[in-house]
Design a binder for this molecule. Structure first.
Ligand SMILES: Cc1ncc(COP(=O)(O)O)c(C=O)c1O
Length: 378
């Protein structure tokens, strides 16, 4: 397996862990063969049941039992939808899928101390996997991050540092520290997407070895979008599915750089004005892999939607009343699906998956305010 420099196309062996190329650009991983259904390790109840498709040795795995999340059939706006409960992961968000693979790889290459910036969930996930791997860990988060996420990171033993300013200011601060500690940013390190790709494998297996027609997920830096593309592409190349599902990414209109570029029809990042959003996990104004994300969505014949704060809050309430207690970031997917159904882009006779990426338990205070929840007093 080798890294590929996204700017120069140069390849670097992966026996030494790196987070960027000699050009300073982010790295990709060369394509891997993937697997056919006979190769699933059905006795393993985690993403490592697809170990043969993952570019990290099974014997190196640092696992907390991530993956194998439920897929439930319910209705959304009267239309049948499959809900993928990614918030039922060890640390409460979909990030664990990517983190188990990234940490396993870094540990196998001798990395003992990692640095990451995060809106909260990736930091919580990395701190847990670093603890499981016996690594030291420093996480930078926005000062406005939900407190339960900060507490979760600190409780796992990481050195958590809050940074004043935007999500981008946090990423910039981490970049400045990257000469001191190995920068294990999940948005730069391609082994993270090597893990999120197992979402595609799991959907395929849960649907009886078929691909859905549409998958809809909240979109910030795009690790789920890129993982879905990588995983389904491997299944296509192995003849296990016959078509790529349409991939839909949903951004908060208050911070929608991928949507702006998508709408321009090109891949060159379009500058956007950013204002605060309740969807803290997707408040990413300069996604590292924006071009790749837009390209992946376009190749899949999907789309990138942008939803208002009111639409997010309305979807948050609707999901909670179905029993899906998710965080506001995650509700953006519900708001996006409402739009896509209304415009006729997604039809009721198609198999549509909504990815529920993060637990509401980490954002209860904010959810209480947003939904104006007031218990009655006797
Ligand atoms: C709950 C939740 N959903 C979705 C996302 C977006 O993921 P990505 O930035 O990889 O697109 C995040 C990112 O932090 C998140 O925390």
């Amino acid at each position: 397996m080798s890294y590929i420099d996204s700017a120069s196309g140069a390849s670097y062996p992966d026996d030494i862990a790196r987070w960027c190329g000699d050009t300073g650009a982010y790295l990709d991983l060369a394509p891997v063969p993937g697997l056919r259904r006979e190769a699933i390790d059905t006795g393993e109840r985690s993403i490592w049941r697809y170990a043969q498709a993952i570019a990290v040795k099974r014997s190196d795995a640092v696992s907390l039992g991530e993956g194998c999340t439920p897929l439930l059939s319910r209705n959304w706006q009267g239309v049948p939808v499959q809900f993928k409960l990614e918030f039922m992961m060890p640390t409460g968000s979909f990030k664990d899928r990517g983190m188990t693979v990234m940490v396993s790889y870094l540990k196998s290459r001798g990395i003992e101390h990692v640095l990451e910036d995060s809106s909260g969930n990736a930091g919580a996930s990395l701190s847990a996997y670093a603890a499981a791997a016996g690594m030291r860990c420093r996480i930078l988060v926005p000062e406005t991050a939900s407190y339960p996420k900060i507490a979760q990171i600190a409780a796992c033993g990481a050195d958590v540092v809050t940074v004043r300013g935007s999500r981008q200011d946090v990423a910039d601060a981490a970049l400045r520290m990257s000469s001191e500690i190995f920068y294990a940013s999940h948005n730069w390190q391609p082994f993270f997407v090597e893990g999120t790709k197992t979402l595609a494998y799991e959907l395929w297996e849960s649907l009886g070895f078929r691909a859905p027609d549409n998958v809809i997920t909240p979109l910030g830096y795009g690790s789920n979008v890129l993982g879905l593309e990588r995983g389904f592409d491997e299944l296509l190349r192995n003849g296990e599915i016959t078509k790529m599902p349409r991939i839909f990414g949903v951004q908060a209109a208050n911070c929608a750089p991928c949507h702006a570029t998508w709408q321009s029809g090109g891949e060159v990042p379009v500058p956007v004005t950013v204002t605060p959003t309740v969807a803290e996990g997707i408040a990413s104004s300069q996604p590292t892999r924006l071009r790749e994300v837009v390209r992946a969505v376009r190749r899949s014949a999907g789309a990138i939607a942008a939803v208002s704060e009111e639409e997010i809050v309305s979807a948050l309430g609707a999901l909670a009343r179905m029993g899906f207690y998710v965080e506001p970031t995650c509700a953006a997917a519900g708001a996006g699906l409402t739009q896509l159904l209304a415009s006729g882009t997604i039809r009721s006779d198609e198999t549509t998956v909504m990815v529920l990426t993060g637990s509401g338990l980490k954002s209860s205070e904010r959810i209480g305010q947003l939904l104006n929840l007031q218990p009655r007093t006797l």
